[in-house]
Design a protein around this ligand. Structure first.
Ligand SMILES: Cc1cc2nc3c(=O)[nH]c(=O)nc-3n(C[C@H](O)[C@H](O)[C@H](O)COP(=O)(O)OP(=O)(O)OC[C@H]3O[C@@H](n4cnc5c(N)ncnc54)[C@H](O)[C@@H]3O)c2cc1C
Ligand code: SF4
Length: 330
């Protein structure tokens, strides 16, 4: 590991000031992703700015919605009564990820910014446009079983690994950030990026911006009674998603009034399945409807050599998650 300097930030302003002043400084929160990447020489910051003790760990009700502090631990967020009651999808998604020990350390802000699990990204002997722009993509001609089937580019076919972010995408969360220029909010759908020609840039967060909170809007609480996070992975626990599906329905009698469908493990960003949502809205919640929604989603899929199985898996994950969320029987 390359030597680095360490600063413990005493307040938000000081943390932002240090990051702004030093081009190669990075924030560290729980450290569960960043430290691993530093050990592999994938990340090589000159300075770590420790933000873990800043007062950004509260989880509060705000305007009928819930505001998750960026430094609230994943375990505290998943087990928070407000989150469990109003946004159980978020709770389920977090609990489907990592392990209890990791969730006790990992923070909400860090979860959003965790980097891809593409094997070639962490293997510094291999070409990787995300790690070293212009070096090539070893995954495109290599072993690409865990890679993306939507939104890929000739530069990168990596996926975003987070579970929590899939639920946040489905529920139209908003990311609140602070920088020397003040505060701004970023709709969750615009937070992560597709790879395009710049796969080294994962998100639209600027490097001098600190995530301070994630807001779950009050309007999304209507989905609480009928939502489900389904994660399909190689092991029953402690494994990243091959495919995951976060779904939520709002009913008006026996008709679907509102629908949310998002997918994980299939794209460079959490993938909102808007075509599926259009089919669901106004329809009856049954197997034919769910299958039509799933089929509309996979129409645009572009699998790689080793991951064509994900196309069928997405279809089944959507149908299964919707079946569970709606209480219908398959
Ligand atoms: C073995 C293992 C298994 C895992 N399995 C899963 C899984 O199944 N599902 C899943 O979703 N996740 C999984 N994870 C990932 C885990 O959830 C993330 O590592 C964790 O959420 C990152 O949070 P952190 O606070 O530790 O971030 P850190 O490692 O501290 O930081 C990560 C990045 O975020 C930046 N950062 C952190 N906080 C802020 C902030 N407030 N503002 C701006 N930048 C910030 C840092 O600079 C760094 O670039 C796993 C991790 C491990 C090690
Ligand atoms: S898929 Fe992306 S992260 Fe993986 S090797 Fe290619 S460029 Fe790197």
């Amino acid at each position: 590991m390359k030597p680095f300097a360490y600063t413990r930030a005493t307040d938000t302003g000081a943390a932002i000031q240090t990051i702004t002043a030093e081009q190669r400084a990075k924030f560290i929160a729980g450290g569960t992703n960043l430290i691993d990447l530093m050990k592999d020489s994938v990340e090589q910051p000159d300075r770590l700015v420790d933000i873990s003790r800043l007062e950004l760990a509260r989880i509060d009700e705000v305007n009928g919605g819930v505001r998750l502090g960026a430094l609230a631990r994943n375990s505290d967020t998943a087990n928070n009564p407000l989150v469990r009651q109003r946004f159980p999808l978020v709770s389920q998604a977090i609990l489907a990820g990592a392990s209890p020990q990791l969730r006790n350390k990992a923070t909400n802000g860090g979860n959003l910014l965790q980097r891809t699990r593409c094997y070639y990204f962490t293997d510094t002997t291999m070409p990787c446009n995300k790690r070293e722009p212009g070096s090539g993509c070893a995954a495109i001609e290599g072993y690409n079983r865990i890679h993306a089937i939507f939104g890929t580019s000739p530069q990168c076919i990596a996926t975003h690994p987070s579970d929590m972010c899939v639920a946040l995408t489905a529920l139209d969360a908003v990311v609140v950030v602070s920088s020397p220029n003040g505060s701004r909010t970023i709709p969750f759908a615009d937070f992560h990026r597709l790879p395009g020609n710049t796969p080294q840039i994962d998100t639209n967060l600027r490097r001098d911006e600190l995530i301070t909170a994630i807001e779950l809007p009050a309007s999304e609480a209507v989905f609480a009674p009928r939502s489900h996070y389904l994660k399909i992975r190689d092991r029953a626990s402690y494994a990243f998603a091959l495919v995951s599906s976060a779904v939520a329905l709002d009913m008006n009698g026996d008709t679907i009034r509102g629908a949310r469908v998002a997918l994980g493990g299939v794209a460079h960003k959490p993938w909102r399945a808007t075509e599926a949502e259009k089919i669901l809205i106004g329809a009856k919640p049954n197997q034919q409807t769910f299958l039509r929604a799933a089929e509309a989603t996979i129409r645009g899929a572009q699998p790689q050599k080793h991951n064509a199985f994900k196309v069928e898996m997405v279809k089944r994950a959507i149908v299964r998650a919707l079946t569970i969320a709606s209480g219908e029987t398959a």
